[in-house]
Design a protein around this ligand. Structure first.
Ligand code: URA
Length: 286
């Protein structure tokens, strides 16, 4: 059908599929249709261990130096549901109990406190060398990452790889992960609850990898891990300190490669940031 034709009624299956595809609905996530205008039956709570104090309404333990600016701001305005607090507490306990990356990966895969897991195909944790001195944390898996179970393997990952190659880095000397371990459906922005539930794991992963330099790509990773309140275009390219417990790592916020694909005009800034990153790595001899 073109713009001058009268739409057929009822529309053909092809017209319906095209309508959805144009609206960005390009993937089926379940076998059965779900009418989301109808209130769902009460769901069982996620299978997470909840300490008595939390179940009784006590706030979860504070994470030192944590900075989920958007998430915490929204939680302050509208207290998180008990299940979100439970998920955060369970994630914190599970992450702290892990002493190796392999244990942490198993704990993330076993974690049921982030609702995204229900619609994701794979849990996506990391790729690259866990002994690398440079660690990059992006936002969340997209469609390709969800399908392959590895971070940054789609179009934006390919651009990231090219940027890294330009400064002599590749999977042998970089470790790449994300703030979230499951794909938000339709690549929507992460919610406050999802960030809060996954944050203890990514913080523990950073602690276990213990990089000499951390790069946060995009506003969510930057806001969450570096506690910045200004926009990514203002803070990008400036060194920050990532501090948690005994860990203090120089950290650089960068524009997200997906943003660079949408706005190629800003690649010049991204290149400047890459050169600054390369200089710092040289300075540190890593
Ligand atoms: N964008 C991200 O932030 N991470 C990925 O893994 C893929 C795209």
């Amino acid at each position: 059908m073109n713009a001058t034709e009268t739409p057929d009624f009822p529309p053909s299956l092809l017209d319906i599929a095209l309508f959805y595809a144009e609206a960005g609905v390009d993937e089926a996530i379940g076998e059965q249709p779900v009418d989301r205008t109808v209130a769902p039956p009460p769901k069982p709570q996620p299978a997470v261990a909840v300490p008595a104090a939390v179940a009784a309404g006590a706030p979860p333990p504070a994470s030192p130096g944590s900075g989920v600016q958007a998430a915490l701001a929204s939680r302050a305005a509208q207290p998180a549901s008990v299940s979100a607090q439970q998920a955060e507490t369970a994630a914190t306990q599970a992450a702290r109990a892990c002493n190796t990356i392999a244990e942490l990966e198993a704990a993330i895969r076993a974690f049921d406190g982030c609702a995204l897991k229900a619609t994701a195909t794979n849990t996506v944790i990391a790729r690259g060398n866990p002994q690398a001195k440079l660690m990059i944390v992006g936002e969340a898996p997209g469609r390709d990452e969800d399908a392959q179970g590895l971070p940054f393997v789609g179009e934006s990952g390919q651009l990231l790889d090219k940027m890294l190659k330009a400064i002599g880095r590749d999977e042998s000397n970089v470790y790449i992960s994300n703030l979230l371990f499951w794909r938000p459906p339709g690549n929507r922005d992460p919610s406050a609850e999802e960030i809060v539930a996954c944050r203890p794991f990514i913080e523990r992963l950073i602690e276990l990898v213990n990089p000499k330099v951390l790069v946060c790509t995009g506003k969510f990773s930057t806001g969450t891990l570096l506690g910045t309140t200004q926009g990514i275009t203002r803070v990008r390219g400036r060194w920050h300190d990532y501090k948690r417990g005994d860990i203090a790592v120089p950290a650089m916020p960068m524009l997200h490669p997906a943003y660079l694909l949408r706005q190629p005009g800003v690649k010049r800034e991204a290149w400047r940031d890459m050169l600054e990153l390369a200089a710092r790595l040289d300075e540190l001899g890593v």
